[in-house]
Each structure stands twice: as structure tokens, then as C-alpha cells.
Design a protein around this ligand. Structure first.
Ligand SMILES: Nc1ncnc2c1ncn2[C@@H]1O[C@H](COP(=O)(O)OP(=O)(O)O)[C@@H](O)[C@H]1O
Ligand SMILES: [Mg+2]
Length: 259
């Protein structure tokens, strides 16, 4: 049987004496597109970091393609980690590097490509996310939507087969959000990667997910497919999805960042 992309067994996370997540037993299969939903502060970002090997669980086991990231190190760990792309909630761009150099950074760190080849890849990715004109600008000189695009390009530069997106549309206006999700879906169709994305926007979750997980009360509930989620018996899931759909659509679109 093929190895699962990710397997979490009996995972528990305790931070400073408080339990953030417990009894987490879940699998992400190759080719899945998982949307993680749930109220804020419940542990969605922590769960993503646990799966990416950036945070180690207090108890339990996390396997990425069969490898336990807390037990391996050096080149063996690097090999697994290099196939993981991550878009952080706050993009985590390098402010002192141009947009082009932000994408070049992982290529310079990890690959043996020469400068000419690196510049070719950089140009391809800037083009793919639609910000070619921003190559020589710094991140604080471009809009929030463009920073998201840049973060996505950098996350994908090493051609990962496992991609984590932490709230890729947070703070963006509805039109820019849709464009970012379309971009994620288009790039996914191109490289057939496995995707796990945190989002609090149910419309986006329905648009992109093959499965939906909800983080609530320190647990992670696998709510199944979009159709199964819509009809889920768990009242917390029903309340969350109906609230989330009514919420953002009727609320005034304040503080949005234009693309
Ligand atoms: N590195 C950390 N150290 C201590 N507590 C943390 C750390 N990271 C997150 N937390 C806590 O874990 C909880 C879940 O956080 P987070 O995963 O960011 O929530 P969400 O992404 O669902 O909004 C919060 O109470 C947060 O304060
Ligand atoms: Mg978060």
C-alpha cells in the first residue's frame, strides 16, 4: 500500500501547561485537498506546524510519507522537508530581499542550480502568480494580495509535493480572496500536489476541499467531504459553517487589503 502523505496518531500538544490539541488521529492521503476550519485560537496554525514538522508534538507520532520527523535528522530529514511548501499566516517574507530574491532564496539554499537557472525559475514563478512586474520591488512596496502571491510563489519554488497554506485569504477582500484560491487551485492542478489549507471562509473551503477538518474543543474532527460536512450531525460543525457563511457575507468589508 502506498504511504499516506501524513499520518497523525494520538497527537497531543501542550503549550505552557495548557492542552491545545489532544487525541488527534488523522490521515492525509496523497492527492487530498484538506481544508481546516474552526474558530480562531483553537489550534489550526499549530496543527499545520505539527504536520510540517515545525512544531513537535508533546505526545504521539507524526509521520510524513512514513518518516517520523521527530526521529530523523540531517540529510534524511532535509529530504522530507524539502518536499514540503508552506505559506505562513503572515507570509514570513524577507523584508530586506526583493520579490525576486525572496523566491530565489530557497533555490539558493537547497538546490545546485546556477544563477542563470535560478533566475529562470524565479521568472517562471513570478509569472505564474501574476507579479512579474514586482521582481525588483521589496515586499513592503507591494499590496497585501501581491504579498500573498509572492508567499505562494516562494512556497512552491522547490516544487513541493505537500503544500500547507495557513489562512491564505485572511485580510483580503472577497475578489482578491477568490483570485488567490483560483491561483492555488490552478497551481495544484499543474503539479498535483497534496494540499492542506487553513481557512475560516467556508465558501473558499467548499471551493477547494476534498475533505474538511474542524478544530474545536482541543479535538480535530474529520467532517468528510463537502457534502458530508454540510449535513454533518455534529452541532458544533453546523453552527460554525452556518455562522461562517452568514458572517463574512453580510458583514461590511472593513479593513480589507486590495490586490
Ligand atoms: N509557540 C506557542 N507557544 C505557546 N502557545 C502557543 C504557541 N503557538 C500557539 N499557541 C497557543 O495555541 C493556541 C492555538 O493557536 P493557533 O494555532 O495559532 O490558533 P488558530 O490558528 O486556530 O487561530 C492559542 O491559544 C495560542 O495562544
Ligand atoms: Mg492561525
Amino acid at each position: 500500500m502506498a504511504l499516506a502523505a501524513i499520518n497523525l496518531s494520538d497527537v497531543k500538544v501542550i503549550f505552557e501547561g495548557s492542552t491545545i490539541l489532544e487525541n488527534v488521529n488523522l490521515t492525509v492521503q496523497d492527492g487530498d485537498s484538506v481544508a481546516i476550519i474552526g474558530p480562531s485560537g483553537q489550534g489550526k496554525s499549530v496543527l499545520l506546524k505539527i504536520m510540517a514538522g515545525l512544531v513537535l508534538p508533546t505526545e504521539g507520532k507524526v509521520l510524513v510519507r512514513g518518516e517520523n520527523l521527530s526521529e530523523i535528522s540531517g540529510a534524511r530529514r532535509q529530504k522530507v522537508v524539502n518536499k514540503i511548501g508552506m505559506l505562513f499566516q503572515k507570509n514570513a517574507l524577507f523584508d530586506s530581499l526583493t520579490c525576486g530574491d525572496n523566491i530565489a532564496f530557497p533555490l539558493r539554499e537547497v538546490t545546485d542550480l546556477d544563477e542563470q537557472q535560478i533566475q529562470k525559475v524565479v521568472a517562471e514563478f513570478l509569472e505564474a502568480v501574476g507579479i512579474s512586474h514586482a521582481k525588483n520591488l521589496f515586499p513592503d512596496e507591494i499590496s497585501g494580495g501581491m504579498q500573498k502571491r509572492l508567499g505562494i510563489a516562494r512556497a512552491l519554488a522547490l516544487n513541493p509535493d505537500l503544500i500547507f497554506y495557513d489562512d491564505p485569504t485572511a485580510g483580503l477582500d472577497p475578489i482578491t480572496s477568490r483570485k488567490i484560491i483560483d491561483l492555488i487551485l490552478r497551481l495544484r492542478a499543474q503539479n498535483s500536489a497534496t494540499v492542506v489549507a487553513v481557512t475560516n471562509d467556508m465558501n473558499r473551503a467548499y471551493q477547494m476541499a476534498s475533505r474538511i477538518w474542524m478544530v474545536v474543543d482541543r479535538q480535530v474532527v474529520d467532517a468528510g467531504s463537502v457534502e458530508q460536512t454540510k449535513q454533518h450531525q455534529d452541532l458544533r460543525i453546523q453552527q460554525f459553517i452556518t455562522g461562517a457563511i452568514r458572517g463574512p457575507l453580510t458583514a461590511p468589508d472593513s479593513g480589507a487589503i486590495n490586490d
